[in-house]
Write a protein that binds this ligand. Structure first.
Ligand code: TTP
Ligand code: MG
Ligand code: MG
Length: 472
């Protein structure tokens, strides 16, 4: 899954910098930005729901028998050197008594919603970064709830009381420092960085702690004798910028605690996607298309859930030798309908060498809010083309709405390709199945629509004959 942004190296593109509107700087910026991040999120949710696991080394991730990787490791598991992104097989070697559980994304998403709702009680300025973390700006709400430190304590207490989970909180004058702060005393951490303390906190940190400095840049900086944030801060700005360009200026500013990014509650998500590493390299095109179909449905569902649609579909494929390629295509119109995304993804898959694949993924970018009016220019001069498109689209939308009602009632896995049942599925808990034929052309008949509508009204009646819900 592409899921949360595990940001390694973030080049400060023009777009990114344009996002960074300067704050109205007061002489002494108060620590009014909070960064809240749940501890060992997926693993903690599983332990909460099965208290007999408390105190054990628990991980959530893919199976150790295949090429699964660890998504989340409890702090008990971390004592054995187990951490996120480690292959599960290696995790098992490091900790033979590891309790390894499969992920349950529906559950994490629902806890995430609860936590984000708690944040919004204290300020409307909440910028979620992933399922388990967000920035908050409490400027202007002090008279209601107190200062950053007080709000941080209240939020931690609310989260613990209402979800049974522990969050770490950082409070500081800027986003960068707040994120550093939340990480400083994890787990169960609480840290406030006041303006006078900035240098003392930053100086000893390894330079890799700077947002935007990934492993490659760390290596380059180390080669220049720069090990810590303090080392970087002591370099001349011009030197850093001549070596690393705009990224150099950005990281040098951060090393000085300068970060003018505002907490942006409407930060647009740049893309949404899903990917999977297979237990064994997969070469069967029909099987690959089946996976692709389920990814497209999942991605489309999430986009709809978030009120988004997108125009560019990107396919990612990794071969057995780790060579990775991407293929993209931009639609004339934005969509969040699984069959439309799948139609493009399938085409893109054909443009990839037909060698066994280790990994396959799909993402949708150039996202926009669904409330934004549709651009009409696509159909300029061709009203009948537009009518046809609207007709086929409205049928697909109706079918999708019916399916979404089923998904919301029974879980996302409810509508998955029949041929994936009983094997390595992207989502778990798929109790009922609607058969889909990825080869089929669009054939969303009225009878199917009627049937879906009836089914979404009744419980436990969710299967349809093979091929009825044709993919496009
Ligand atoms: P993180 O907040 O980075 O990690 P964490 O909550 O597990 O642990 P902590 O914050 O206490 O250090 O990520 C949140 C969730 O995102 C994590 O529980 C699982 C998922 N995740 C992955 O699936 N793969 C990854 O590589 C990482 C880092 C996280
Ligand atoms: Mg976390
Ligand atoms: Mg996190």
């Amino acid at each position: 899954m592409l899921g949360p942004p595990f940001c390694e190296e973030l080049p400060p593109t023009q777009e990114f910098l344009a996002d960074s509107l300067p704050l109205a700087m007061s002489t002494e910026p108060a620590p009014s930005i909070l960064h809240v991040d749940m501890d060992a999120f997926y693993a903690s949710v599983e332990v909460r729901d099965n208290p007999s696991l408390a105190g054990l080394p628990v991980c959530v991730g893919g199976p150790a028998s295949g090429r699964g990787v660890i998504s989340a490791a409890s702090y008990e598991a971390r004592k054995f050197g187990v951490h996120s992104a480690l292959p599960s097989a290696e995790a098992r070697r490091r900790c033979p008594e590891l309790v390894l559980l499969p992920p349950d994304f529906d559950k994490y998403t629902s806890v995430s919603r609860q936590v984000m709702a708690i944040f919004r009680r204290y300020t409307p300025l909440v910028e979620p970064l992933s399922l388990d973390e967000a920035f908050l700006d409490i400027t202007g709400t002090e008279r209601l709830f107190g200062d950053g430190e007080e709000v941080g304590h209240m939020i931690r207490a609310d989260i613990l009381r209402e979800t049974g989970l522990v969050a770490s909180v950082g409070v500081a004058p800027t986003k960068f420092l707040a994120k550093i702060a939340s990480d400083l005393n994890k787990p169960d951490g609480f840290c406030v960085i006041r303006p006078a303390e900035i240098r003392d906190v930053l100086d000893p940190l390894p330079v890799s702690k700077i947002f935007g400095v990934g492993p490659r840049m760390t290596q380059k900086l180390n080669a220049l004798g720069v090990q810590t944030v303090g080392d970087l801060a002591s370099l001349e700005r011009e030197d850093v910028s001549s070596r690393f360009g705009a990224t150099g200026i950005w990281i040098h500013d951060l090393a000085h605690g300068i970060d003018n990014r505002r907490v942006n509650p409407k930060r647009e998500e740049k893309s949404h996607g899903m990917e999977r590493t297979f237990a064994e390299d997969l070469s069967d095109q029909a099987e690959l298309r089946q996976f692709l179909l389920s990814f497209c449905e999942e991605v489309a569902f999430t986009l709809r859930d978030k009120g988004l649609r997108g125009r560019t579909v990107t396919l990612k494929a990794r071969f057995g030798d780790f060579r990775t390629v991407t293929r993209s295509k931009t639609l004339d119109y934005p969509t969040n309908l699984g069959p439309r995304i799948f139609a493009i993804a399938k085409e893109l898959l054909q443009r990839v060498d037909q060698q066994p694949l280790r990994l396959l993924g799909v993402s949708v970018s150039r996202l926009e809010d669904v409330r934004r009016p549709q651009q009409q220019s696509l159909f300029n001069g061709n009203p009948s083309g537009r009518d046809q498109w609207m007709e086929s689209n409205s049928r697909l939308i109706r079918a999708t709405e019916s399916l979404d009602r089923l998904r919301k009632r029974h879980g996302r896995g409810i509508v998955i390709p029949g041929s994936l049942v009983g094997r390595d599925q992207p989502s778990r808990g798929a109790g009922q199945v609607l058969q889909q034929d990825p080869e089929a052309q669009p054939d969303l008949t009225d009878s199917l629509l009627k049937r879906l509508e009836q089914e979404s009204e009744g419980e436990n009646k969710t299967s349809a004959p093979e091929g009825e819900y044709g993919a496009q």
